[in-house]
Design a binder for this molecule. Structure first.
Ligand code: AKG
Length: 331
């Protein structure tokens, strides 16, 4: 049964047709995954959400803004003092403290040489083999290999659930992280600028964090990641803030495009400064759920950009997908 479910899920990941725009499709999908949603009953009650755990969910359902003490500790008004007086923080090296301060202030930090060459080599070889024997494949974007960790214990234990990385992310969010999804790339994504909070959303806001891992050295031509320092402090954008085209029973066909147009407008209006991430293999970029980032165009034809990005929710909050208005299925 489980095997059939995950086969169906893989087919749906590649599928781009009309079913993707029907809220009823997701409702059915949610019913089939009831076990992975049942923890939401208590959470909906705690956060005053009076609806079925199988129904669509979105920012419009949350009428009251969360209290300041419900959002992540590094987003609260007293964050700088709290960080300085935190015992764990005080026990870190000055270099690590500096990185964490940068995460608080600019919405990202970089861990140089975090993964060894042996580990990145091994993972690259694993990806290649799984692609060749058809056990892994790209989703409908043609660029993303979804949840490789489910079929590779090495990707799971050494990367996705890496204890040292998971511990740091939990510290940054102030709650234990729940590894949610991984995406592997062999080419740059060329995805337009966005913040993860539109795709992986939480109530209270801000309880998602990402770690992007370079599996080879990244150069200008291969579509490097770009990001906008400090953009995490801008208001979170939801489907209420642009023309999503969502109806009562359907999702707008151009919601993502209109969202990305809106983000581009914000970048222009605020004059945000773009940074290009040119890491060495093994380096990791950690970013805040609301940091604007994307993949730049590939200008060297055929250039690869082997990388893996892992997304983590926090325990004890409502996790959902604002763009597609569905509750997140946690394993
Ligand atoms: O790797 C990339 O180019 C983009 C990844 C990304 O945008 C994401 O994981 O949210």
């Amino acid at each position: 049964m489980l095997n059939n479910m995950s086969k169906l899920q893989r087919i749906f990941q590649r599928y781009t047709g009309v079913l993707r725009s029907l809220k009823a499709t997701y409702f059915l999908h949610n019913l089939l995954n009831a076990k992975r949603l049942k923890h939401n009953r208590a959470l909906y009650k705690r956060y005053g959400l009076n609806k079925s755990i199988f129904s669509p969910i979105g920012a419009a359902d949350f009428k009251k803004a969360p209290q300041p003490d419900e959002i992540p500790w590094l987003d609260r008004p007293d964050r700088k003092e709290k960080l300085t007086s935190n015992a764990t923080f005080q026990g870190l090296t000055p270099e690590m403290q500096q990185k964490i301060r940068q995460f608080e202030h600019e919405g990202y930090l970089v861990l140089e040489n975090f993964f060894s060459q042996a580990d990145t080599d091994h993972l690259n070889q694993t990806v290649e083999e799984l692609l060749q024997n058809g056990k892994a494949g790209y989703n409908f974007t043609g660029r993303k290999i979804f949840n490789l960790w489910e079929i590779s214990p090495f990707a799971r234990d050494q990367f996705f659930k890496n204890p040292e990385l998971n511990q740091l992310l939990s510290f940054l969010l102030g709650r234990k992280v729940v590894p949610f999804q991984s995406l592997n790339f062999t080419l740059g994504s060329e995805q337009r600028a966005h913040s993860d909070a539109i795709h992986m959303t939480t109530q209270p806001q801000g309880y998602l964090i990402a770690a992007w891992i370079a599996l080879e050295d990244v150069h200008e031509g291969c579509g490097p990641l770009i990001y906008y320092p400090g953009s995490h402090r801008l208001p979170f954008v939801s489907t209420q803030d642009y023309n999503s085209g969502n109806g009562r029973f359907t999702l707008g066909h151009e919601s993502n495009k209109h969202y990305e147009d809106k983000i581009e407008e914000i970048i222009q209006q605020k004059g945000l400064e773009k940074k290009v991430f040119l890491p060495k293999r093994g380096d990791v970029l950690v970013w805040h759920s609301n940091l604007i980032h994307g993949g730049s165009p590939i200008t060297t034809p055929g250039a690869t950009r082997k990388s893996m990005v892992c997304h983590y929710y926090a325990e004890g909050v409502i996790c959902y997908h604002e763009m597609s208005q569905r509750p997140a299925l946690l394993s």
